[in-house]
Design a protein around this ligand. Sequence first.
Ligand code: KIV
Ligand code: ZN
Length: 512
Amino acid sequence: MSRKITIFDTTLRDGEQSPGASMTVEQKVEMAEALDRLGVDRIEAGFPVSSPVQFDAVKRIGAAVKKATVVGLARCRKGDIDAVRDSLAECSNRMIHVFIATSPLHMEHKLRMSEEEVLVSITEHVTYARKQGFDLVEFSPEDASRTEWDFLVKALRTAVDAGANTLNIPDTVGYATPEEYGQQMANLKKAIPELGDTVLLSTHCHNDLGLAVANSLAAVGAGANQVEVTLNGIGERAGNAALEELVMALRVRKDYWDVETNIRTEYLYPTSRLLQSITGLIIPRNKPIFGDNVFSHESGIHQHGVIKKRETYEIMDPVKIGRSRESLVMGRHSGKHALKQKLEQYNIGLTPEQMDALYEKFIVIADKKKEVNDEDLFTLVSGVLGELPSGWRLESFQTWTGNNVIPSASVRMTRGKEVRQGTEAGDGPIDAVFKSIDECSGIPGRLTEYVIQAVGRGKDAQGQVKLQVDFGGVIADGKASSTDIIEASALAYVNALNRMELMDTNREKASL
Ligand code: KIV
Ligand code: ZN
């Protein structure tokens, strides 16, 4: 049987500490539930002594999480340990994470403590944590990768003797290299025989040099059996080791690592999307595993290969991480093959002559636009066939808002020759626009995700809106940009509506 790697998720503690990532208590609870569903083994819920809000968040997460162990962070101070104890008093599956810095730089300039004093503090506080009823105590020597070797071993030995049963080795400033960090783990296993046996050996890597995942993997190779990670790699400065990258590296290369985790990979992408929509921290298009581009193929050669056999250019199946398989991006490098395949996804079959005519028009558009989207494609197909009903178009909209009026909106939409008008009030102008669009289409939608991001700088920056709408059980994504964020939101909503109708039409055709 393969060795089990414990996934310790610190998205809600180290991740939330990063600028722009802060969440409300309710949002943290929602994220914790999603992480629990994802299958992480341990959830670090926060640093309860730091504020009443943090305390409340840890408490509520402790009550909400069903399977994972809930962890609270404490410095080597009794007040911190008391706060973890009190916030998790009603949580049966709980753990405490106690830390103190051990590198010369931190001890001298931050703590102003000698090595001897640090050792005394470790014994005192790990012992105190055990006495507060914590069976699971993790100890971290902060800045371990810049700590002198002999002192690191002494600090860890002291923690184990005082009752710690997980030793976490933070590369706090992302300074280590994979070879060094892996070697440090292997040496620690020799120096502290309980490691890997009664005591878990854990990694905690920051990404300042882009090595967090590589360092964590090197440590797993050297015998570490817990990894501390954050979803989307959020965290202090350049972030922490990304959960999804680490888990998928272990999964895709199981032949190499021969380890397993409890992660239910099909929940990865939806959980990442939830985090992005809660924090507004949107990942780049080329971010491994989750980026918009990572399962998209535009060049003719790659599209041809993927159509013949997906594995030619994809090392993992997008469906297994909760993404869809809609991977062909239509652009100037796309060939006729890909265009045909794209149309087949929508059950549109063309004769060879129609296909030639369509391809000619497609190339003209593709030369002008970065990406030919589904709406463009359908307009082209209607031109060729002269019969395909076009999707909804937003012709115009107006909104009324202010601090003394009920926000409302009026929209005018067309679909082929049909013209409709809708006017509704809402919680804000965007909500009013969405409701007015629903009135026009006659299909009520429930917004399940909404993320807005500025693209570019200054006055000309575009607001890019990505959203997800539940239209009576059919979930559709929509995306649009404009310098006006209300317009970007309205266009993204119409985009989702059109996609939903296409998905629905196909489902009907498929079931005929
Ligand atoms: O990076 C770090 O050293 C930490 C500790 C609190 C474990 O986050
Ligand atoms: Zn950290």
